[in-house]
Design a protein around this ligand. Sequence first.
Ligand code: CIZ
Length: 308
Amino acid sequence: MTIHEEIRELAAERNAVILAHNYQWPEVQDVADFTGDSLGLSLEAQKTAADLIVFCGVHFMAESAKVLNPEKTVLLPNIAAGCSLADSITAASLLEWKERYPEHTVVTYVNSTAEVKALSDICCTSANAVSVVRSLPGDKILFTPDRNLGRWVAEQVPEKDVVVYDGVCPIHDIMRGADMRKTIDTTKDAIVVAHPECREDVLALADEICSTTAMLGVPAKYPDAKTFIVATENGIIHQLKKRYPDREFVIADGCIGCRLHCPYMKVTTLADVKSALLNNEFAVDVPHDDLVGARRALERMLAVPRDN
Ligand code: CIZ
């Protein structure tokens, strides 16, 4: 029996659903019941009759699944799967910013801990950040923690005063417009797709700026295009190739496994997923007050439609 088959058998025995983020290793994506972005996967978990949720992603994602499904056991197969963007803001640093900007509504990207979400007025994802900010009655916004996403949102919603926290996803932030230009110059007639966590000079070269979920719909929007340059974590290429086998996808740094490669996302292996199912590793718990506060911020966001 292959490890893939063993995992599927264990998942059936334990009535477990396996969720894998679009940035996971291809073989981890392939063993999952569902793949997607962090919020889409947490919502998928709400629809399932499974008793156990195995979340192949990073810690804040498993926390969001727990917040939205508190009665279920949520397992993160590799406890080392952290997120440097989520860790760039703490409850203490957010409280300090809130004191500096007492009139501002706090909008927090889902890439944050439950503790930080609980101190926020509303959450957003890369798929709905513009709509969330636009939907708010107040004109003063404190956007946390991703400065690139925050800057891009501020540009789309010029009528609001958006103060942006200084966090960043180092995987997206490492790309420069000059790198991207080199890839564009050596790739003929490609459509360029970039994640809004990329820097301004990269986004300026993109035909489409969107979340990973929306990226999966981009080739259908350009039926005549053969080649797409993709500026986000390289795990997304697996889903794109599965959906559009006749198109070509070039990762923007020109090198699978180089810079657009998140070591936290890629820490989870098939062996970890099997061990999670066998040994209940590693159950994610969220303290009650954080759970209630984070759920309130997530539910406010869910009431706002996605942009893309
Ligand atoms: O929140 C997510 O899922 C991330 C990190 C990216 C995306 O756009 O899917």
